[in-house]
Design a binder for this molecule. Structure first.
Ligand code: ATP
Ligand code: MG
Length: 336
């Protein structure tokens, strides 16, 4: 698609879609690579003695100890609430920025997290414009000071010439950001991680768009002051920094977008909240013991289980479907 095509679109939807597509592509490639070499590790989390017939496992779920492909980079997407995110700009150019910067963050991070954040800056005087900060933070390998000082945006330069790629991504991103009269800033520390921020101002869309990001009033009425418990089973190799970012992003989204009341109890207890969100899947044993069954007459807490990616969520959903149905609502969804 042409980089120059101008259109009215919702920037938050674009950021979300591109992030999901790139993330899904990585997971898919990794999964395909790994399927050739590994035998499934699912039986480690699955407890056959509890079920007469364990399902034929196809993919391990994320809290299993996978040997071949560690699943330990959490991708977090953080978008603040805006009246509307509709802008008039070149969607191709913005996609290109996200593809390159998120691509870099994922490429150079093998442990921890990658966070994509889209923030609007309040500028009361310009109703016709939207100032945004698009930021990519990772806990990857980082870059040396020397590389940053001397060669960072230079076309065809790579700190390690043996890595995949051509070394053009950053120079292209800088050109695009400059064409938007914006700024790009990179802070990086070797062995710690990298933080890339592109800030620019875009004209707001002229036409009224279908408001895809508006949350329907009925939903807002229902979630207003609803108590939501965030529960961290703390059972993976995920770093504490990754866990902290997932938790704070979820807290912000629940509070900002849904006006919910967020609590973070140490463990799940029925009735403690209307909805409980598990930040990662607890073990199948745990789910069987604590989330299934229960007293049907009382109000059961609805449960949402967040998985690291779409593969994990499909695998877990399959397993749960094979287990006896209960009246509790359990939703298994994928990050980001
Ligand atoms: N998030 C990051 N973490 C660590 N190093 C990075 C990061 N982003 C960029 N770099 C360094 O900057 C170099 C240039 O990045 P750039 O995106 O221009 O090229 P590339 O990713 O190597 O290749 P291409 O983007 O053309 O596929 C990289 O090779 C890498 O050394
Ligand atoms: Mg790149």
């Amino acid at each position: 698609m042409s980089l120059n095509l101008v259109a009215d679109f919702d920037l938050s939807v674009l950021v979300e879609e591109v992030t999901e597509a790139i993330f899904a592509g990585r997971i898919f490639n990794r999964q395909r690579r790994s399927e050739r070499v590994k035998s499934t590790g699912i039986r480690k989390v699955f407890s056959p003695q509890k079920l007469s017939e364990p399902p034929p496992p196809q993919h391990e779920i994320s809290n299993s100890d996978t040997e071949v492909v560690p699943n330990n980079v959490a991708v977090v997407l953080n978008i603040n609430k805006e009246e509307n995110w509709n802008v008039r700009a070149q969607p191709g150019a913005l996609r290109r920025i996200i593809m390159n910067l998120l691509g870099n963050a994922l490429k150079y991070t093998t442990q921890g997290f990658v966070e994509v954040s889209l923030r609007s800056k309040k500028e009361a005087k310009h109703y016709s414009r939207l100032s945004v900060e698009l930021r990519f933070t990772d806990s990857g390998k980082g870059m040396s000071e020397e590389y940053q000082r001397d060669r960072l945006y230079r076309p065809f330069s790579q700190e390690d010439p043996f890595t995949e790629g051509t070394g053009l991504g950053l120079s292209i991103v800088r050109q695009i950001v400059e064409s938007l009269k914006g700024k790009i800033r990179i802070k990086s520390q070797q062995g710690i991680g990298t933080d890339v921020t592109a800030s620019f101002t875009l004209p707001r869309a002229k036409a009224d768009l279908d408001d895809t990001t508006q949350i329907p009033q009925q939903v807002l009425d229902a979630t207003q002051s609803m108590k939501v418990a965030l529960i961290d089973p703390g059972n993976t190799e995920r770093t504490s920094e990754a866990a902290r970012r997932i938790q704070s992003t979820l807290r912000e989204s629940c509070e900002e977008w849904f006006n919910a009341k967020v609590v973070t109890p140490p463990r799940f207890e029925d009735g403690q909240a209307a909805v409980a969100i598990f930040l990662e899947p607890p073990s199948i044993e745990y789910i069987l013991h604590h989330l299934y069954g229960g007293d049907l007459s009382q109000d059961l807490t609805s449960v949402i289980i967040l998985c690291a990616n779409a593969y994990d969520s499909v695998a877990l959903r399959k397993q749960l479907n094979l287990i006896v149905k209960t009246p509790r609502r359990i939703q298994v969804i994928a990050q980001p």
